[in-house]
Ligand binder design. Structure first.
Ligand SMILES: [Zn+2]
Length: 200
């Protein structure tokens, strides 16, 4: 008698949890990430950059994770060489296997990660860089033509919302723009505009 009650309880639990799992489409994320990166990432599993990508995909909110790993419009992770002779040109090859489902019907995003990221001894600053690029994609900055400092700040704000505040600080310290670099965007408005705060 006791065992049948346990069994009934178990069946009920399975029944109740099934629709939730089926609806989320994200019930075994580590496995989904492994499969996804096996197809769309040029880095070796043993590399720090691969592990940083894996961690970011693991920690993103479900909706955004499903967005950036949608094989109709995947994010492709590839390297770029920022030193040595390969900095002039290099190629990455993505091989489609017969068993792979079709992809890219709605285009794709290429996230190019400079090999100088490897200068970081730890994964955290690389995670901030990866998260920042994925935030651009989630916010659709490139397709909407928003390539400016405001877009940079919005991406940084989104990754802080995702929980990468500490990693962001670390990345700013290690990879931050040098003073006077024309490509640099200020994280906060200049002092003069801070002097007269606007009330909204
Ligand atoms: Zn950016």
């Amino acid at each position: 008698m006791r065992s049948s009650i346990v069994l009934f309880g178990l069946l009920l639990a399975v029944f109740l949890s099934f629709p939730v799992l089926a609806a989320s489409g994200d019930n075994d994320r580590p496995r989904a990430i492994e499969k996804y990166l096996g197809e769309f990432c040029a880095f070796e599993r043993s590399s720090t950059i691969y592990q940083a990508i894996e961690n970011v995909l693991e920690r993103m909110p479900s909706k955004d994770f499903l967005n950036v790993t949608d094989r109709r419009r995947p994010v492709i992770f590839t390297e770029f060489y920022d030193s040595g002779t390969a900095r002039f040109a290099s190629s990455s090859e993505f091989i489609v296997m017969p068993q792979d489902a079709p992809c890219c019907q709605e285009g794709f995003t290429i996230v190019k990660l400079g090999l100088s990221l490897g200068l970081s001894k730890t994964k955290e600053p690389i995670e901030a860089v990866v998260a920042h690029e994925l935030a651009h994609r989630v916010l659709d900055h490139i397709r909407k033509g928003n390539v400016n400092c405001d877009a940079e700040r919005r991406s940084n704000a989104l990754i802080k919302k995702w929980g990468f505040g500490k990693e962001f600080k670390e990345a700013s310290r290690i990879f931050g723009q040098k003073k006077g670099d024309p490509a640099g965007c200020q994280e906060v408005p200049p002092r003069s505009s801070l002097a007269q705060p606007k009330v909204q």
